[in-house]
Design a protein around this ligand. Structure first.
Ligand code: ATP
Ligand code: MG
Length: 386
């Protein structure tokens, strides 16, 4: 195995190649996010056209590699060893790396030159390496392989990798602006927030709480969930908005209570759009998941709201949402008990709400001024740790 100092991480971008002229802006956002994510660790970075090479210190290597798995905008990242851009060095080092690689079974060889002026080409690498591997008893198969070796040759250096990992994909957080996430602390809204981040939106969390004081919500699983999501991207800001005034007014709304509550939440989020320079509200709703999430209700709730209301989970089955929640690490916290405002509102909500009735009730209970007053008395927490 080549010396540890020659070890590096090669990171490739997700969809950024689609971005044409804006590409470098996206890469700079990705690099900025990476800097924040790797803070406290020692590493150097070289930016190339189609990849970023990170050279962590030996003591930071493992942790840098771990954190790369939480960075949106990365399609793959691999542990690679640097060698000279000479055929003999590449073949010698590749054989040693393949011999000490984890796992069993045959290798497939992948060779690529980004610099075409060397005296050898990719086919020469494959041919020479195949001959050397055979001599050293390293199994190879172009079709029935369980391991792969990747060789890339640039102008001044080459590198070899037998460990290519899949990144999160998506776009760097911030590259698609900000969004206001209605965040309940159930299973769905943390997954919706994660998917919004994956498409490059930086979340501003809004939690509507049912407590007399925000401190109870601040010290609850809501803050814990935001901290779990901060492993992917440090939270920018969270609003804890009280609902007690609404709850009093809503006593008159009968089976429309839940629909009015959702509309109240959207109205509160709408009021934050300008302040947070956003045009998007994200919710964790899924069509038909519960009786209240019908086409009628979703329409009645969002009519006239001046934002794009995006529901990343609209067409997901609950089992698929749970699978993502488990994978991203929010599930266990999401299922802990919590006195959410939805759970204390009227049972048997209206299913086919009449949009006109919603507008009439909202006037009667002065929903706009209730929302303005609620937002005014919000508790604001900046960053992830509240
Ligand atoms: P979740 O698992 O996210 O709680 P759910 O299936 O329980 O979702 P609802 O309780 O009807 O569904 O909530 C639907 C969506 O409304 C949530 O995903 C969230 O976006 C928003 N929401 C619900 N309660 C709150 C709250 N207390 N604060 C902010 N947003 C909320
Ligand atoms: Mg809920």
């Amino acid at each position: 195995m080549p010396a540890k100092e020659k070890r590096m991480i090669v990171m490739r971008f997700g969809e950024l190649w689609l971005r044409g002229k804006n590409r470098s802006d996206y890469i700079n956002i990705l690099l900025g996010n990476m800097d924040v994510k790797l803070s406290g660790l020692k590493y150097r970075v070289d930016k190339h056209y189609d990849k970023i090479i990170i050279r962590p210190s030996n003591s930071s290597f493992k942790e840098v590699l771990r954190r790369m798995g939480f960075l949106f905008g990365v399609s793959t990242y691999e542990v690679a060893y640097e060698t000279e851009p000479k055929l003999s060095s590449i073949v010698k080092d590749a054989c040693r790396i393949m011999e000490s690689a984890d796992g069993n079974g045959a290798f497939r060889i992948n060779a690529h030159r980004s610099y075409k002026q060397h005296k050898f080409n990719s086919e020469d690498i494959v041919r020479k390496l195949a001959a050397a591997a055979e001599k050293n008893g390293i199994p190879l198969s172009p079709r029935e392989y369980s391991r792969e070796v990747y060789i890339s040759v640039a102008k001044d250096f080459a590198y070899i990798s037998v460990q290519r990992l899949k990144g999160l994909g998506g776009l760097p957080v911030g590259s698609s602006g900000r969004c206001i996430v209605l965040f309940s602390g159930g299973i769905d809204s943390p997954v919706a927030a994660w998917l919004a981040m994956k498409r490059g939106m930086e979340p501003v969390y809004v939690h509507m709480h049912a407590f007399p004081k925000a401190s109870e919500a601040l010290g609850s699983k809501i803050a814990n969930l935001i901290e779990i999501l901060a492993e992917y991207h440090e939270a920018y800001r969270t609003y804890y908005i009280p609902t007690h005034r609404f709850q009093v007014a809503a006593l008159k709304t009968g089976r429309y209570e839940l629909v009015m509550l959702k509309r109240f939440m959207l109205k509160c989020a709408e009021q934050l759009l300008d302040r947070e320079k956003s045009m998007v509200i994200v919710t964790g709703e899924s069509i038909g998941q519960v009786a209240s999430q019908t086409q009628n209700n979703l329409f009645s709730e969002e009519q006239g709201i001046s934002a794009s209301v995006i529901r990343p989970l609209a067409c997901f089955d609950k089992t698929d949402i749970i699978e993502i929640a488990k994978r991203i690490g929010t599930f266990d916290e999401s299922v802990k008990p919590y006195r959410d405002v939805c759970s204390i509102s009227a049972k048997h909500p209206v299913i086919n709400s009449d949009p006109k009735a919603v507008l009439r009730i909202e006037k009667e209970i002065k929903l706009d001024s209730l929302a303005a007053a609620a937002v005014k008395s919000a508790e604001i927490a900046d960053g992830s740790v509240s």
